[in-house]
Design a protein around this ligand. Structure first.
Ligand code: NAD
Ligand code: DAU
Length: 339
């Protein structure tokens, strides 16, 4: 079985590769990644030398390169994590989000059609549903909730989802889609809330909280997301959408205060800054389909996972300091050109 993972040098994709190589040691795993600013080859060091792992630097929008890799590897399973993933960047520069997240997905699916796969899995997001009001804790996103994107990022992910459904119906592509809530864990790029706040707090820098910090996100430990995708690949039904989340809603301000406490820094570092444009208020996933159909349940509770995660960033300063200094890009550009 050959598994092609796109975007595997990023946060969730790398954790997924580690998970799959542990759970399915007989699989060959091929990682295709462009190594944008968000991709870090150093993250994949634990698997780089393994005989059943291959890294290929390529852009999912590059039809020639993608088709060549499919011809060489003939993957049975393709999981697409490759994306521009940061909402704030999509507000600054939407174009690359449409290019990678929509057209890149199309290119991958065209290759899947040409070479034939058992499964194409699109890693989507709960952000395609838009947001929920703060004063209606009884409301949750289900798979039937209408698409209602707020940012160029979520609009691009929603567009890709529609395209995946169209390829499934029109061409019979054996596809599935998962829509997960906010992930946290090791190897998350330090522009996202949790690693950014840990890194800033450790450096005694201000902790920029958007608006009043009252927006709510539904946090899931990254390995629980990986396990859910593994279940969907092997037991999920083609043509289906699966929501993934752990019923763990937290206000941003409470997460930031928790981080201050955990690393022994004063809350006076918290600085309220201008709100994100179009800022989604609340995300909350109803994961009952994953539970009822596939028996999935999150295993890592937030109280355990968040401290493990904070400790990981404390113990792995070199990983994120390398990113903040920009050194990681020079090094990987030098060594990855020949891959
Ligand atoms: P990330 O930004 O950490 O990683 C993205 C990876 O994709 C990087 O390695 C980058 O180099 C690669 N990439 C970007 N453009 C590419 C291109 N054109 N060709 C090939 N590779 C390219 O992202 P993440 O947080 O790990 O998210 C992965 C996926 O999961 C995304 O599709 C995202 O929409 C989705 N998702 C993320 C979360 C979350 O909380 N982070 C939650 C739900 C869904
Ligand atoms: O819900 C899933 C989504 O979660 C994924 O699809 C996205 O790829 C991922 O980036 C994430 O999106 P968010 O916008 O929710 O994550 P982010 O870490 O950027 O922000 C989390 C919350 O924290 C959000 O309400 C904005 C706020 N925030 C963020 C940053 C970076 C701040 O208050 N200050 C900050 O500096």
């Amino acid at each position: 079985m050959t598994l092609l993972v796109t975007g595997g040098a990023g946060f969730i994709g790398s954790n997924f590769i580690f998970y799959m190589m542990k759970e399915h040691p007989q699989y060959r795993v091929v990682c295709l990644d462009k190594l944008t600013y968000a991709g870090n080859l150093a993250t994949l060091a634990p698997v780089m030398g393994k005989g059943n792992f291959r890294f290929v630097r390529a852009d999912i929008c590059d039809r020639e390169a993608v088709f060549r890799i499919f011809a060489e590897e003939r993957p049975e399973i393709v999981v697409n994590f490759a994306a521009e993933s940061h909402v704030d960047r999509s507000i600054e520069n939407p174009g690359v989000f449409l290019q990678t997240n929509i057209l890149g997905t199309q290119t991958l699916m065209d290759a899947c059609r040409k070479y034939g796969v058992q499964r194409f899995h699109q890693v989507s997001t709960d952000e395609v549903y838009g947001d929920l009001p703060l004063d209606r804790p009884d409301l949750f996103f289900t798979e039937e909730t209408p698409i209602h994107a707020s940012s160029p990022y979520s609009a691009s992910k929603a567009s890709a989802d529609l395209l995946v459904q169209a390829y499934c119906r029109t061409f019979g592509l054996p596809a599935t889609i998962s829509r997960c809530s906010n992930n946290y864990g090791p190897y998350q790029f330090p522009e996202k809330l949790i690693p950014l706040m840990v890194a800033n707090a450790l450096a005694d820098k201000p902790l920029p909280v958007y608006g009043k910090g009252e927006n709510v996100r539904d946090w899931l430990y990254v390995e629980d997301h990986c396990k859910a995708i593994d279940l969907i690949l092997h037991q999920g039904r083609v043509g289906e959408i699966y929501n993934i989340g752990g019923h763990n809603e937290m206000r941003n301000i409470d997460i930031v205060k928790l981080i201050c406490k955990a690393v022994g820094k004063p809350e006076s570092l918290i600085t309220f800054v201008a709100d994100r444009k179009g800022h989604d208020l609340r995300y909350a996933i109803d994961p009952s389909k994953m539970g009822n159909e596939l028996g999935w349940q999150p295993e890592t509770m937030f109280n355990e996972g968040i401290y493990r995660t904070i400790q990981w960033y404390v113990d792995n300063r070199a990983w994120w300091e390398d990113i903040l200094s920009g050194a990681y890009r020079e090094r990987q550009d030098a060594c990855a050109n020949g891959i």
